[in-house]
Design a protein around this ligand. Structure first.
Ligand code: IMP
Ligand code: MG
Length: 184
């Protein structure tokens, strides 16, 4: 990884800063505020993060949640390089009993919606009291599913981004800001 102030090179691609860390912080705070209002009087909801991409969003979101809650993760994979394979693999499945529980799925990014649809279908089989989705990024022009995405921190176009948990073939997750691929 080579890095100057506004540009970073990962594998064979160069990315430039698109969303500064402060803007991400503000967007996470807004989502936390909505969730705090909606879940204040519900019995210990479960935040269910989708690994790997959601780890940083989950961490910052949890620090802003003001009610008693639980946390767990599942692990899915669908992307190779900068495009989706269209097939969702479940690498670590659900380890919690969610029957009668309020579940908030925490995603890094909802793109085509393939992954979230797959996960929602599998969760609904376990009879939760409710399931909502909180995603850091949403690509409205790419999304082709009907599942409502209730909490969206930031909306972007169809560009490929990295940073703040998101990767390009596993690199770039540690970046504090979000970077977009530069077309050369
Ligand atoms: P979907 O199944 O097409 O909605 O894709 C969701 C998953 O693909 C996300 O959870 C990410 O892991 C990955 N993904 C989608 N868009 C991007 C991107 O712009 N950068 C990095 N990963 C992405
Ligand atoms: Mg993901």
């Amino acid at each position: 990884m080579s890095c100057n102030k506004n540009r970073v090179t990962l594998h064979d691609k160069t990315f430039e800063e698109m969303i500064p860390a402060e803007q991400i912080d503000r967007a996470v705070a807004q989502v936390a505020e909505q969730i705090n209002a909606d879940y204040a009087d519900r019995e210990a909801p479960l935040f269910l993060g989708v690994l790997n991409g959601s780890f940083m969003f989950m961490s910052d979101l949890m620090k802003k949640v003001e009610f008693s809650c639980e946390l767990s993760f599942v692990k899915l994979a669908s992307y190779v390089g900068t495009s989706t394979t269209g097939k969702v693999q479940e690498l670590i499945g659900l380890k919690n009993n969610i029957e009668g529980r309020h579940v908030i799925v925490v995603e890094d990014i909802v793109d085509t919606g393939e992954s979230i649809e797959h996960l929602m279908r599998s969760l609904s089989g376990h009879n939760p009291a409710s399931v909502e989705v909180a995603t850091l990024f949403f690509k409205p022009n790419s999304y082709s599913k009907s599942i409502p995405i209730k909490y969206k921190a930031l909306e972007i176009g169809n560009e490929f981004i990295v940073g703040y948990g998101l990767d390009y073939d596993q690199l770039g997750r540690n970046l504090k800001a979000v970077y977009v691929v530069v077309n050369e």
